[in-house]
Design a protein around this ligand. Structure first.
Ligand SMILES: [Zn+2]
Ligand SMILES: [Zn+2]
Ligand SMILES: [Zn+2]
Length: 378
């Protein structure tokens, strides 16, 4: 998957945050030294080597593949904290004018206008959420990926390997920080984005499943049709209605023939059903852990105008990724294409969520009308 990062990298991130020292070894393993508390939590020695291959050759190496005991034990790091850790990040802020110019020039709304009202310097929390996915079909595929969600405006950014440089500068908070209120909303938004990301990334695989399913169905179909043809032929030979064959015998033959054909037809249907379930793709996504990152940044308050209404929206500079956050789609949180504003409440929507009703052609907002087109629904 393009968005997902290799397991060793993700595990290294989590362990580093928990105070481990790590070094990659030439054989693809990860050598570690962990504090004794972490060694107890994970049930591993304070010093050792992790292997990500499914069958480590060396007994002294600890297997850390998805199926391993070690991978399951990583869950325990978060168990006492409700799978949530806190971190702080001291940001370096860019030149306000430069970013303001960028915001004014680059943000594009298809059916609305906006102006930059003011710029604030304030605390912002980001939720860094790790998701695990398992996709089951005729084979099993699994992986981990992470998303960064702005807890104030729910803008989401999928992280790939080159967007994680900030990781090293995360610090454990010195005092117990208050839990930010936005975290559960951020998790919901992150989950919505994660489902779409996984779906998108599995599209080629789903197409290949479909192709294989169709190919096998055709084979099964042809096999049973040939079989039926042969049965027909055999019966025709055996029971050729002739002058000297009694009517009763012909009747019996027809019955036996149709019984046999029915049985073959039943078996064909059963075989096809079997194939459909074999190639069905079942995807499960679950959040593995959340790191609530407190930082400070610039917030650009946009006054968005659509017809006679207006709304202010906070767009932030993301100090972790060193660029302005993108606008969120307030329906799916994984925006694609240009942005639109809805008429009723000025929700920000991506091209996919600003839907055209297939029946009446009217465009409607999927946040205001989650159940479908307001004109056709009743
Ligand atoms: Zn959307
Ligand atoms: Zn409609
Ligand atoms: Zn709306």
């Amino acid at each position: 998957m393009g968005q997902s990062r290799p397991l060793p990298e993700v595990l290294a991130d989590i362990l580093t945050l928990e105070g481990a020292l790590l070094e990659r070894t030439g054989d693809g393993c990860l050598e570690f030294v962990v504090p004794s508390s972490l060694s107890q939590t994970l049930g591993v020695p304070e010093h050792g080597k992790l292997s990500f291959a499914y069958h480590p050759f060396d007994e002294s190496v600890i297997s850390a593949s998805y199926e391993s005991e070690f991978f399951r034990s990583v869950d325990r790091i978060f168990s006492g904290k409700g799978k949530m850790a806190k971190a702080v990040y001291s940001s370096q802020l860019p030149n306000i004018e430069k970013v303001s110019r960028w915001v004014s020039e680059k943000i594009a709304l298809s059916n609305a206008s906006f102006r930059l009202q003011k710029v604030d310097h304030q605390r912002i929390d980001y939720a860094l959420i790790f998701f695990k996915y398992v996709a089951l079909s005729d084979e099993k595929r699994e992986g981990i990926f992470s998303l960064l969600v702005n807890e104030q405006n729910l803008s989401t950014s999928p992280l790939n390997a080159n967007l994680t440089a900030f990781w090293e500068d995360l610090k454990e908070p010195e005092e117990l920080l208050t839990r930010s209120e936005g975290i559960s909303k951020a998790l919901q938004a992150g989950f919505s984005a994660a489902s779409l990301i996984v779906k998108e990334e599995f599209e080629p695989f789903m197409k290949s499943l479909e192709r294989r399913l169709n190919r096998d169905i055709i084979r099964v179909f042809e096999y049973y049709e040939t079989l039926k043809g042969e049965i027909h032929k055999t019966f025709e030979k055996k029971f050729i209605p002739g002058r000297d064959s009694p009517e009763a015998q012909n009747e019996e033959g027809r019955k036996a023939l149709s019984g046999k054909l029915d049985a073959v037809e039943g078996e064909k249907r059963w075989k096809i059903q079997d194939l459909v379930s074999k190639y069905a793709l079942n995807i499960r996504i679950e959040p593995v852990c959340i790191i609530d990152i407190e930082t400070e940044s610039l917030v650009f308050w946009l006054e968005i105008r659509r017809r006679l209404s207006s709304r202010t929206f906070p767009l932030s500079y993301n100090p972790l990724l060193k660029k302005a956050d993108s606008l969120p789609c307030e329906s799916c949180f994984h925006p694609r294409g240009t942005y639109y504003l809805c008429d009723e409440k000025l929700h920000i929507l991506c091209a996919t969520c600003f839907r055209k009703c297939p029946d009446c052609g009217r465009e409607y907002c999927s946040v205001c009308h989650p159940k479908g087109c307001p004109r056709c629904k009743n």
